[in-house]
Design a protein around this ligand. Sequence first.
Ligand SMILES: Nc1ncnc2c1ncn2[C@@H]1O[C@H](COP(=O)(O)OP(=O)(O)O)[C@@H](O)[C@H]1O
Ligand SMILES: CC(=O)N[C@@H](CCC(=O)OP(=O)(O)O)C(=O)O
Length: 293
Amino acid sequence: MYEEMDSLIEKASILIEALPYIQKLYGKTVVIKYGGNAMINEKLKNWVMEDITLLKYIGVNPIVVHGGGPDINSVLKKLNVESQFINGLRVTDMQTMEVAQMVLVGKTNKELVSMLNQKGGKAIGICGIDGNLIQARKHYEYVNGQKVDLGYVGEVVSINAKVLEMLAKDEYIPVVAPIGVGEDGTSYNINADTVAAEIAKAIKAEKLMFMTDVEGLKYDKNSKEIISAISANEVLKMIEEGKIDGGMIPKVLGCIDALKHGVNRTHILDGRIPHCILLEIFTDKGIGTMIHL
Ligand SMILES: Nc1ncnc2c1ncn2[C@@H]1O[C@H](COP(=O)(O)OP(=O)(O)O)[C@@H](O)[C@H]1O
Ligand SMILES: CC(=O)N[C@@H](CCC(=O)OP(=O)(O)O)C(=O)O
């Protein structure tokens, strides 16, 4: 009897530990980027969807921006199309653009929306074309000072924040696929990390969280030690020294850009840890890496 009571009291004290964090975040917006490499199995995705639904029910406004690089790769493979990446961006010809849009909007987005709804959340899936959410233009990348044409890869011109604010106010959880739209209606494939940071900036989110497939930012890719907190200047120095590369670059640059535009907290988290969102937000210690100014 007493043992049972002890365990119930322990449960209550865990909830109480979360109280100051719930109070701080109540009514605020948290942008969560869920990357393709952290969507490795259904169980994991379920935990993530539970965390996001719980946030909404306790009065926080989550906005989900998802990737889906591995999903796009597997469909392209079936079509015998090989992708080339330049500075982490997929060179996107017309056929690849069609596949990226079909997969991100039609498959990945709807799977996440359906899972959130199963958990009791009211999720609405949109991409940047819907309500002109992500206005974009063609992006050129520079490699060794040379301008490189990546096809239909886009960069964000502006975010129509009203679409997201309207949904969040009406109890919905927006789930955004990273496809943008040009002035002439052309679709653009945009890196999902960049979209998440631009959305966080546009809506002045309280927090921006990148969920990926490593424990956090490390002193270099092969190191075991996770950096628990680091300043923007130190991150820029690490990039210069070649200690951060590939898919981690748009995440850390997105954090810095967001911080400089009014987002209060930015984090890089291991999306493979069960309930990583709750662990970061509602525990004293937090997890992963926090980047600050
Ligand atoms: N300094 C670093 N610390 C941690 N990871 C790094 C670092 N530099 C590069 N990376 C790489 O960044 C990857 C995460 O980016 P990416 O694969 O694009 O993830 P996602 O699909 O979640 O967007 C890690 O798997 C890791 O290999
Ligand atoms: C231009 C560009 O590279 N777009 C990405 C969009 C998806 C994405 O960013 O997915 P992850 O977050 O899973 O990497 C792509 O085509 O893979």
